[in-house]
Write a protein that binds this ligand. Structure first.
Ligand code: BGC
Length: 370
């Protein structure tokens, strides 16, 4: 790997000296007297501790993040503490507290609940730690310096556009019967994905092209507590038994791949033709289902790209350059947060092989299933 301390060793060593000359006792306490303190990001040195706090390992993307962060931080010469909190907010709060106690210089955080980390992160910020949101926004606090994510509104728009395209391709002329699913309501992405999708779908609901037969069009009705596939499947079972005994369901908006497979399984078990279903994450199992024609689409947001972007931020900190410039901002309820936004990609059977052409493992899955 090209990066980190090989070329930067001298700068990093100098930075470490500067830090220790400031009488460091874990935090950076009073070393910034007189300077503009709004942008005093930490300067990293080899061996520094980086804490990564992930919400859970329940979907493929978070398992990958767990592995890739461990490997990449280690290779870059940092002391990595990478933990996942099993979707339990108090776990995540205490894991982050422990990272602060262990002297983390940077925290990389994918929150379970976007609004529940304010006080622990304010404590981190007060001791000079740089805080980067990962994949999900950290809300209602000034204690966040930037967020790395794939555009969440854009992701939702892509899911809805793929759903419309699939309906036209596979279900003849409209109107089309559809249902709407959203992710876990504590996760700020869930609302943003849904808002992005509804900006595309609502006009088509209004003009009668799409009919939500259950009438459940609010986020609160569509949401899936904790992103739990089993809960989504039960909701789909009751929607089908309550509304579709004499109707065909044509399509379903799904916020990610796990929930997409739960929806498709429910429809199959109810004796329906397979509806057109959207997804997210390009999980291996869903790639197999897209190859075999069972799931219509997914949106790819490669974990490696998000981790690479995060490592680039650390490189900039190690070079003493502060945070790199972000390409977007978002209001988190307390401030405009710099967003390092990456571009998601819609994947259907049409571009599946092209998109994964360089990935032998995924090409093997595709070839085994098409
Ligand atoms: C992530 C998705 C993931 C979901 C559930 C979201 O915040 O963006 O990639 O599927 O959480 O884990």
């Amino acid at each position: 790997m090209k990066r980190r301390f090989t070329g930067l060793a001298a700068i990093a060593a100098a930075a470490a000296l500067t830090l220790s000359a400031c009488g460091g006792d874990g935090g950076r306490g009073g070393d910034d007297a007189g300077s503009d303190s709004t942008d005093d990001a930490v300067t990293l040195a080899e061996g520094d501790t980086i804490g990564v706090s992930l919400p859970w390992l329940g979907t493929q993307n978070w398992k990958e993040a767990d592995q890739i962060f461990k490997t990449d931080l280690d290779e870059a010469g940092y002391n990595a503490i990478v933990q996942a909190a099993d979707n339990k907010v108090p776990n995540q709060q205490s894991q982050i507290e422990a990272m602060i106690e262990q002297g983390a210089k940077v925290l990389i955080v994918g929150p379970i609940d976007g609004t529940q980390l304010g006080s622990v992160l304010e404590q981190a910020q007060a001791s000079g730690i740089t805080i980067i949101g990962y994949d999900r926004m950290i809300e209602n606090t000034e204690a966040v310096d930037g967020v790395v994510q794939f555009g969440s509104i854009k992701t939702g728009e892509f899911q809805a556009q793929a759903l419309l395209q699939g309906l036209e391709e596979e279900k003849g002329d409209g109107p089309y019967n559809i249902e709407l699913f959203a992710g876990g309501p504590a996760d700020p992405n869930a609302q943003l994905f849904f808002d992005g999708a509804m900006s595309v779908l609502q006009p088509k609901i209004d003009d009668g092209t799409l009919v939500v037969v259950s009438g459940q069009t609010d986020f609160t009705q569509a949401a899936t507590q904790d992103w739990d596939n089993g809960k989504a499947q039960s909701r789909m079972d009751s929607i089908l038994s309550g509304n579709y005994s004499n109707e065909q369901i044509d399509g379903v908006l799904s916020p990610n791949d796990g929930i997409a497979r739960a929806i498709i399984t429910s429809a199959e078990q109810a004796g329906q033709d397979i509806p057109v279903v959207s997804g997210l994450d390009a999980e291996n199992e869903s790639i197999a289902w897209i190859a075999s024609g069972k799931q219509y689409s997914t949106v790819a947001k490669p974990t490696q790209e998000m981790v690479d972007q995060t490592m680039d931020i650390l490189d900039s900190l190690a070079a003493g350059d502060g945070l790199p410039e972000a390409n977007d901002t978002a209001d988190n309820g307390a401030k405009e947060v710099p967003v390092y936004a990456l571009e998601p990609t819609v994947v259907t059977l049409d571009n599946l092989e092209e998109f994964f052409a360089d990935n032998e493992d995924i090409m093997a899955i595709i070839n085994d299933n098409k």
